[in-house]
Design a protein around this ligand. Structure first.
Ligand SMILES: NC(=O)c1ccc[n+]([C@@H]2O[C@H](COP(=O)([O-])OP(=O)(O)OC[C@H]3O[C@@H](n4cnc5c(N)ncnc54)[C@H](OP(=O)(O)O)[C@@H]3O)[C@@H](O)[C@H]2O)c1
Length: 330
């Protein structure tokens, strides 16, 4: 039998933050972590939906407003978490959009890349020093089988494009970025000698609200056919993220996904990524671009978002922990 929730060790005393915990795979991830004793921060775009999710979870939770389509919101969420918590054991970068109703985020980034990658890049950078000295701490980033169709360059033009709203390639690029980010973060954490590791996961296919967007005409029947044959319930789709977060046998840099039907369903096992996801040079380029676009730098010095900030925000400006060059920590 494959890995299931029965394999999850006791999570008492640990604090986990799950983005997009109001619904779907994020909700299930948060629910299971809380059921195993973790205190779970539900980081949600819509706080009413977040509170309703918290009410349905049996365990210790809190809700933090987080809109990944706004760097200001990301900064405020990080400030709130830092004000309430001195350490973080798990950060699950789960939230995502596909074929959303808007073209660009509030900061002018292409919607998929902005929410799925750049928002999480900034959030992770702004929270990382709560983790880097915590033994067993992990950053889990949720990618997708669709990273393989992330055609085209991950450059500034793509990041600012207004034409990706109904494009599977744009969604795929954002998921490729998730995977490259997870790998590059692991490399940097290892060089820095941090206690934290970075792991990636993908859920296979699951009939969540992710599929309720506005897809191109051909995608709808293809998705419906794929769902019938490949999909698994959300409880199973959350297992790769959960295993990536808590299985002691999983190491930094791993990528987990369902093991059956081309990765669409099945027990969570090591998954294969595309050659593009493994390219060190491309990962480095994406990292630099992401730092430039978000204004969040992963350095020894306190990190500051370079977007205009109010005095109150500046007061709670967090520090970032990892120094990739010297291994020193802030
Ligand atoms: N389902 C699949 O077949 C599948 C396949 C491959 C990968 N994935 C990945 O799995 C992850 C979870 O997706 P899901 O299937 O569970 O989809 P979902 O049911 O639509 O849940 C997505 C979550 O992300 C949140 N979210 C959306 N935009 C946000 C923003 N701007 N800021 C903060 N949160 C935001 C949503 O909040 P609201 O409740 O406010 O909308 C929701 O909680 C995503 O990264 C997705 O790419 C899913």
């Amino acid at each position: 039998m494959g890995w299931t929730t029965t394999h999850i060790p006791d999570q008492s005393g640990r604090t986990a933050l799950v983005t997009g915990a109001s619904a779907g795979i994020g909700f299930e991830t948060a629910r299971v972590l809380a059921a195993h004793g973790a205190h779970v921060v539900l980081a949600c775009r819509d706080t009413e939906r977040g509170s309703s999710a918290a009410e349905r979870i049996d365990g210790s939770t809190e809700v933090v407003p987080l809109d990944l389509a706004s760097l200001t919101s990301v900064r405020q969420a990080a400030g709130l978490v830092r004000g309430r918590h001195r350490r973080l054991d798990l950060l699950v970068n789960n939230a995502g959009v596909m074929f959303p109703s808007y073209r660009r985020t509030k900061d002018g980034f292409e919607a998929h890349l902005g929410v799925n990658h750049l928002g999480h890049f900034a959030l992770t950078g702004l929270l990382l020093d709560l983790m880097t000295s915590v033994p067993g701490s992990r950053v889990v980033t949720v990618a997708s089988l669709a990273h393989r169709v992330g055609f085209g360059r991950l450059d500034e033009a793509a990041a600012r494009s207004s034409t990706g709203r109904r494009s599977m390639a744009a969604y795929g690029r954002s998921k490729l970025a998730n995977l490259m980010f997870a790998r590059e973060l692991q490399r940097r954490l290892a060089v820095a000698g941090a206690a934290t590791v970075s792991v990636a996961a993908h859920p296979g296919l699951s009939p969540t609200a992710l599929w309720h967007g506005d897809p191109p005409a051909l995608a709808r029947p293809l998705a419906a056919a794929g769902m019938r044959w490949l999909a698994q319930p959300v409880e199973a789709a959350a297992l790769p993220s959960l295993r990536a977060a808590v299985d002691p046998a999983v190491h930094g840099g791993a990528y987990l996904g369902p093991s059956e039907r081309f990765g669409g369903r099945g027990a969570p096992e090591p998954a294969r990524s595309s050659r593009a996801a493994r390219s060190g040079a491309e990962r480095g380029r994406l990292w630099t671009l992401s730092e430039e676009l978000t204004g969040v730098r992963y350095v020894c010095e306190p990190a500051v978002l370079e977007t205009p900030a109010s005095a109150a925000e500046t007061a709670s400006a967090p520090a970032v922990a990892v120094c990739p060059v010297t291994g020193a920590r802030a």
